[in-house]
Write a protein that binds this ligand. Structure first.
Ligand code: V47
Ligand code: SF4
Length: 399
């Protein structure tokens, strides 16, 4: 990646100073300035600026939740070259494809445990259609109505709506009525059309991904957004990706959190591409925090990054490290993550956050605080009253 030429040092310093003043003043930076941050700013500058933005929004609070995943199948009609998880339909014997009852059994396995969210994501297979998923969502809700259902990405929705010959609007209304509470951020990969074709050809386009989220937000619903980075893209593609998200967020305000996902290179067709360094990961979090001024939250997904790197990310703009997971996802262990059986007890998550001087806040899936662990002990200290159930105010959350 290009570095700023030495001869231009005074110009570089002046540009960075201008960006710093803008950001501290609460002004938005543009795409060219975002690129300058990637290309020229050193890590200490980025960390300090991103942390200032993060602390303005959330002070010292750091969010986590209690969740688990269901991955209904790893069979997939698509062949994304970064994917270590999917098995082609042709190699059916190497994959799994759960029945509705088996999926429901996975939900029931958490009966009596204080989880608040189930995240459903997997491959795209002809066996699962709109009716199948709606029946599953209804079954989950009738079994455990309060469990937040964060389910399926525009990749799956585009496919099942097309097959059912319904519009995005009608399809999304049907899944909402069946019980889906929010959409996870997956399937975004990288929006640049040429690159997307190269690494994720055939699945929903960038425009379709954004359109499905826009319609969902228009229904008053919330979703997340991801970006797969550290493969064949350049910094300008990352900025382009975040700019498209920022523009949509200006119109809808429906995204809750941005989750950069580091490309992991084991067991996939892109295994020859070296993974980016930890420094690039931290730089990426920081630039995202500074650039995406209209996103409330920035998440470091610890099963992908590893728990110590997730801790470090809390100094580079991150305010959320996702959840307990309980060893229910395979996507990252199959791609080479150090976290081979990702699972953390609530006490461990609290310890991870406290160890780096932050205050753990257990949240629900819409970022309402459930418990604030602002004492020293294992129990929450500040009580949250259910009848004043509101998110900690952004930009002025109290410590
Ligand atoms: O879209 C697949 C990524 C995503 C690899 O919304 C890979 O809270 C890196 O979106 N290296 C699915 N990444 C997971 C996802 C997600 C995860 C956690 C939280 C949320 C949320 C969403 O996983 C895919 C793809 O971008 N992925 N293979 C790989 N080898
Ligand atoms: Fe299928 Fe998703 Fe893997 Fe692509 S990333 S091959 S859509 S499971």
């Amino acid at each position: 990646m290009k570095a700023f030429p030495d001869a231009a040092f005074p110009e570089k310093a002046a540009t960075l100073e201008r960006i710093r003043e803008k950001v501290l003043d609460g002004q938005r930076i543009d795409a060219a300035e975002g690129l300058v941050l990637y290309e020229c700013a050193d890590l200490s500058f980025l960390g300090a600026l991103a942390n200032a933005v993060r602390e303005r929004k959330h002070r010292n609070h750091t969010y986590f939740n209690r969740n688990f995943h269901i991955e209904p199948t790893n069979l997939c009609i698509y062949t994304c070259s970064f994917c270590s998880y999917s098995r082609r339909i042709k190699k059916r014997e190497e994959g799994w494809e759960l029945s509705l009852e088996e999926m429901l059994d996975q939900v029931k396995a958490f009966d009596g445990q204080p989880v608040t969210e189930v995240h459903v994501v997997g491959g795209v297979t002809p066996r699962y259609d709109l009716d199948f998923y709606c029946d599953f969502f209804k079954a989950v809700k009738s079994h455990r109505p309060e469990l937040h259902l964060k389910a399926l990405t525009p990749v799956e929705y585009h496919y099942i709506f097309h097959k059912a010959r319904v519009s995005y609007e009608e399809g999304l209304e049907r899944v909402r009525d069946a019980g889906v509470d929010s959409l996870p951020g997956g399937g975004a990969e990288i929006f640049d059309e040429a690159l997307r074709d190269q690494i994720a050809g055939g699945k929903c386009t960038s425009e379709q991904w954004l359109r499905i989220h826009e319609i969902w937000h228009g229904m008053g619903m919330r979703s997340n957004a991801t970006m797969l980075y550290g493969h064949i893209e350049q910094y300008e593609h990352r900025i382009d990706h975040m700019q498209r998200l920022r523009e949509l967020q200006d119109r809808t305000h429906g995204f809750q959190t941005f989750i950069p996902l580091k490309f992991r290179n084991k067991n996939n067709e892109m295994a020859h591409i070296e993974e980016v360094s930890l420094l690039d990961d931290m730089k990426n979090f920081a630039v995202a925090r500074i650039f995406l001024d209209n996103f409330d939250h920035l998440k470091a997904y610890w099963p992908m990054l590893g728990r110590q790197y997730a801790q470090l990310a809390l100094s580079f703009g991150v305010d959320d490290i996702d959840g307990t997971i309980d060893d229910t996802t395979r996507i990252y262990s199959m791609a080479g993550s150090e976290e081979q059986r990702p699972s953390l007890q609530t006490a461990e998550l609290i310890h991870l956050i406290r160890q780096v001087g932050r205050i753990p806040v257990e949240r629900d899936s819409l970022y309402h605080p459930l418990h604030i662990y602002d004492g020293d002990g294992p129990e929450p200290k500040t009580a949250i009253f259910k009848d004043s159930f509101f998110p900690l105010p952004v930009e002025s959350a109290s410590q």
